[in-house]
Design a protein around this ligand. Structure first.
Ligand code: ATP
Ligand code: MG
Length: 338
């Protein structure tokens, strides 16, 4: 039986761009799928196709047991969506926005009011509840938009980059809200560029690149595919990067990744703590001073690098829309050195 969100061979082209190039997904009821990929991978296009906002060129999609192309209206009644860019009415207050959504979903006025109060509280918006949302900051709009998606509790939810633009505290709170939602039985597809987020929230992760799912599995399965641990070294002098790279090549089981601006080198290894000691000795014998050295398990960043040959990159600038992303990751210029 297909899961609560199911897609088979979804294709969507825009002119020459194949935004979706045959995407298959199957999300079991009550679980979270993290759709992970860099800018332009096709995440938003996938969400828009699954939520009836966009018609795929070909392929099949079934959401909450309903055929998306055949019965879009019925699908819309069974899902909640929080888009990549917050969609709130600028002239209404936060409270009015939420009440309006409740009433659109045929809640009684009293019930809609009570639900709005609850959500305003949950998303830290109580103090700003009675201000027009055009006075809200980017993160506040984002939170209001998420709250609006949760006014009724639909069985299937889609969230497109829900935490982009949120500060760490609000991100943490949203994670908690999502966990509560899912423990209540909601099926969720969320997109993210934060590998840590997919790791934290998703039962299953689908890595997308150029409109294709290039890997799928639990976070542990994906990490296992990348194999072994990593040695991470921060050299004290920029001039030592080259020699240190040579040293690490001798110990590594794969390419060394170099982050020039932080002077950090990372290489996959097997051999644990004993090997770490050998690396330290060798660096020392070559006169390379180090600021930091560590042995760590692979992150999803490493997974992405090993699958695609490049890290998940972000646009250098936000696009000016409220809630648009800024380049928050400092390590987007990593290169794999052979
Ligand atoms: N309406 C459109 N018209 C033309 N091209 C589009 C349109 N929507 C998306 N694309 C293109 O399709 C590709 C996938 O875009 P999509 O928005 O799905 O990526 P994404 O993974 O959501 O990226 P981001 O992380 O930047 O949000 C990109 O190359 C994009 O330029
Ligand atoms: Mg997007």
């Amino acid at each position: 039986m297909p899961g609560a969100i199911y897609a088979e061979g979804l294709v969507k082209t825009f002119g020459d761009v194949r935004a979706l190039d045959g995407v298959d997904l199957d999300v079991p009821e009550g679980t979270v799928l993290g759709l992970l990929g860099p800018n332009g991978a096709g995440k938003t296009t996938a969400v828009r196709c699954l939520t009836t906002l966009l018609r795929p060129d070909s392929g099949k999609a079934v959401v909450a047991g309903i055929d998306v192309l055949g019965q879009p209206d019925a699908v819309r009644r069974s899902i909640g969506l929080s888009g990549q860019f917050a969609a709130v009415d600028e002239y209404l207050t936060g409270r009015e926005n939420l009440q309006m959504v409740g009433q659109l979903y045929q809640m009684r006025a009293k019930q809609a009011k009570a639900r709005a109060v609850e959500l305003l509280e949950q998303f830290n918006l109580t103090d700003a509840a009675d201000r027009p949302t055009k006075t809200y900051s980017g993160g506040m709009r984002r939170r209001l938009d998420l709250a609006a998606a949760l006014v009724v509790s639909p069985p299937v939810m889609f969230m497109d980059e829900p935490t982009t633009g949120l500060d760490p505290r609000n991100r943490q709170q949203l994670w908690e809200v999502i966990q509560q939602l899912v423990s209540g039985g909601t099926t969720l597809l969320l997109t993210t560029q934060y590998l840590e987020e997919a790791d934290h929230l998703a039962h299953d992760i689908a890595v997308v690149d150029h409109g294709k799912v290039i890997a799928q599995g639990t976070s542990d399965e994906l990490k296992a595919r990348t194999g072994g641990e990593r040695v991470e070294v921060v050299v004290h002098e920029r001039e030592h990067i080259r020699t240190a790279t040579e040293v690490l090549r001798g110990f590594g089981k794969g390419d060394t990744t170099v982050e020039e601006h932080t002077r950090k080198l990372t290489v996959p290894v097997t051999g644990g703590a004993k090997l770490l000691a050998e690396v330290i000795r060798e660096l020392d014998s070559r006169g390379i001073e180090i600021d930091d050295i560590a042995l760590r398990r692979p992150t999803l960043d490493d997974v992405f690098l090993s699958l695609t040959g490049h890290v998940a990159e972000e646009k250098p600038e936000g696009n000016g829309e409220p809630g648009s992303k800024k380049n928050t990751r400092k390590d987007s210029r990593k290169e794999a050195v052979k």
